[in-house]
Design a protein around this ligand. Sequence first.
Ligand code: NAP
Ligand code: ZN
Length: 362
Amino acid sequence: MFHLPTQIFFGSDALAEAADYIFNLGSKPLLVSGPVGARKSGALGDVEKLLQSFAIPWAHFDEVEENPSLDTVMAGAQLLRAEQCDYVIAIGGGSPLDAAKAIALVAANALQRAQIYQTELFQCKLPLIAIPTTSGTGSEVTQYSVLTNPDTGIKSGFGHVLAFPSLAICNPIYTHSLNSQVTLNTALDALSHLLEGIYSNKRQALADPLIHAGARDIFENLQPVLENPSLASGREKLMRASLYGGITIAQGSTTLQHSLGYPLTSRFGTPHGLSNALVMLPVLKLFYSARKVELNALFAALNTSLEGFALWLESLNLPSCPPLEDDFIAKSVQEVLGSRNMANNPQEVSAPQIRQIYLDLR
Ligand code: NAP
Ligand code: ZN
């Protein structure tokens, strides 16, 4: 099944085109963002202007941190209730978008902190509008929310059909203010999602044209955008690729690649996209034989080969991986084996294989 309940507005007029749809969702929104990105991107200003012009009141929770915690979600839900908001507008990268999904579900279902991952308790939702300001997670069109439990330091996600945003409003101009590191990391997150759409044993071949187009957009436009951050055509292609990546993982979920990345983020604060990028090539090589036909079709669409793809990745000069201690590797192997995404791999993956991937990063 290919399921996508989110209405998507894409382009420079996306917010104006969505206005009538937004106002049908409720009477007072809670805006959810981080402290900086939403403002810097211009998206927050545009939303405030729109609400003001229709005399619509709002409240704003701007305390979402990177890799948002369960406590942040509870604080946002508390503000939503106190301010009697009846829908949510999330503005930012994946962190504010994911936190907003959980805030809306906690508020709608009166959940306790300990119940946030208990998706069987999700009975109803508050409408959610997602306005991405990064081109990476595709969270604006997924049913996932990835949160960090501060008690354990473990980062993990939940997925539920009620977590799909009602509207995704995607204006590439909001990404022009991203610095080169976030541009790089987030584009490689999107590329991970597209590749995992090929690896996943839940893969939907219907998504293949999106996977090919999205990967080509990144392959051809990432370097030019890094050289010229205000290259409008390139920014547009990267945002489109991110959207396609989100649509792809909404169908087939993520796999080993994301499972390997989460411990790097939790332990070292390595940004999400970079964590995925650091393990991209080893995972590609591990799954190549299981998905040879599909991967060769992808490389043909990129006009390259496995070797050419590896060289392109190398040319991006990714920051090196932090030093991985033996203890970290031993603990992470267990965490990876226990992660939900492991059920989606195209083949069995053993503890020694996971260990070897981490060892090779040293
Ligand atoms: P992010 O953590 O949302 O943002 C990274 C940084 O970029 C923050 O400092 C943010 O500032 C800043 N920023 C955002 N937009 C900006 C802009 N336009 N201009 C300048 N700065 C800007 O990064 P992300 O990579 O988009 O999201 C990563 C999170 O999404 C991870 O937690 C990951 O696990 C999750 N994720 C979710 C899904 C899903 O399907 N739900 C999929 C993949 C990943 P502020 O802090 O001020 O906002
Ligand atoms: Zn991701």
